[in-house]
Design a protein around this ligand. Structure first.
Ligand SMILES: [Zn+2]
Length: 176
């Protein structure tokens, strides 16, 4: 049987295996008021990755022109650098914030080169927990800080699997 299988079929099989999925080519689009949060628990490490339209955090997402817009952008960075204001983790898990990475074209791209349409925030909050067995839930306090946000689509990845849920200002607890 093996001998009868033409070589090109084997090649085709390989080509399909390495072909990127169709959705990878889709245009990235964001919806104002909707953010995404990925929660990954691996051993002692907890990583929270937040992707949000800047509009939902600032009320604008064009390059800052007015002085008050520049102040708002700087204040936002200060706020995001304090993850304890954004997420409440179970005290028993004894988690310590070890890194915060913030990225947005509004900070990283010179104003003249920024597009005037949409801009995202990409933030990553990393923690180390000495009692990770107690890390089974968290409370998202982002809605209180940023009232323009209406929904957060959450994906949770732990050793026991992957699941998704939606948070709203009235439902801000994640359990796994
Ligand atoms: Zn936008």
């Amino acid at each position: 049987m093996h001998r009868n299988c033409p070589m090109y079929l084997w090649m085709l099989g390989f080509a399909l295996l390495f072909m990127p999925p169709a959705f990878a080519h889709e245009q990235h689009a964001h919806v104002h008021g909707v953010a995404k949060l990925n929660i990954a628990v691996e051993g002692k490490n907890l990583t929270l990755s937040l992707e949000s339209p800047m509009e939902s955090l600032l009320g604008f997402e064009h390059p800052p022109r007015k002085p008050e817009e520049k102040v708002a952008l700087a204040n936002l960075k200060q706020q995001l650098l304090q993850p304890s204001q954004l997420f409440a983790l179970p005290a028993k898990a004894v988690c310590k914030s070890i890194a915060v990475h913030l990225d947005s074209p509004l900070w990283s791209t010179p104003a003249a080169q920024q597009s005037l349409s949409h801009a995202d925030l990409d933030a990553e909050f990393t923690y180390e927990c000495t009692q990770p067995q107690s890390l089974t839930n968290l409370t998202v306090q982002i809605f209180e800080r940023f009232p323009r946000l209406q929904r957060i689509d959450v994906q949770i990845i732990t050793i026991s699997g992957q699941h998704m849920m939606q948070l709203t200002p009235k439902k801000n607890q994640v359990k796994w």
